[in-house]
Write a new protein. Sequence first.
Length: 300
Amino acid sequence: MSLRELVKEELALSKDYSFKWLSEYVDNADISDRIGVIHVLANSREMTPAFRMQVAKVSARLTCVARWFQIPIEPNAHTILSKIYLIPCPDKRMAPDAIDAPISENDINGGFTYIRRSGKAPIIIVFRMEEFPKVLLHEMLHHSFLQSRMDPWQMDQIAELKRAFGITADMDLLPQEGVIETWAEVLQCFFVSEELGVPMETLLAEEKSNANRMARELLDRQKKLTGGLWHETTNAYAYIVFRSIFLNSLEEFMTLETPDQYTALLLKNAGLVNAHTSQRGSIRAGDNALALRMTRFGDF
């Protein structure tokens, strides 16, 4: 089976990611290659020497993360390092213009992963060029002990978080996505710091500022909804609002291990989230547009 056929089969199995723009890109991709542990399906215009070097660098990072976070690293059919696919589509993340239109996978997600599948190896597919180094870290961490020690998250805790943050009762809320996203951004800052010689504290401060701005914009959007109740079909609230809380309490966050502990930290800060996010005003005040690019340094 060719790489294109494999990717098309996986996308067909995952109905949440059957985007027209993604299918068209896969159909028109004219280069497939393996760079380190990453299989790339791309158009020739994206497959530049600089892009190849960047993918090789990210591949080395993933191997490090696999060792640090106890993810099997032997590249065979039974480990995640044999099933990592990158499709560098140029489409950017952007929330719908209509305030009452729920944010969906099409608007914000940059990839997906399956950890346990009957009869098949785990898999990661990242399908945007934007922030692909950070997104690969995020998806990789779903295969680590960070994820396994958060499962399951008790339903009474989920209900309490929904009440505290004004989220509709029928929405699927996965707080662990905020945990994984925060760790991915911390690791991304670490690698950029080590490779470019920029103090990690400087990078994290910039990411915290960016996270607070995004949370403010999302909360401003939430206030305009009927009853101020948030609803979506993906994990934007966890990616954005919960991440902002975690980054503002990063020293404490990095000591936590269980859903009980993460829930307590989120609830403790539910009433303070506006104070955190008001540190810097929205760059789109009065505008319904909401860019969903997650980080400042996620492309490095």
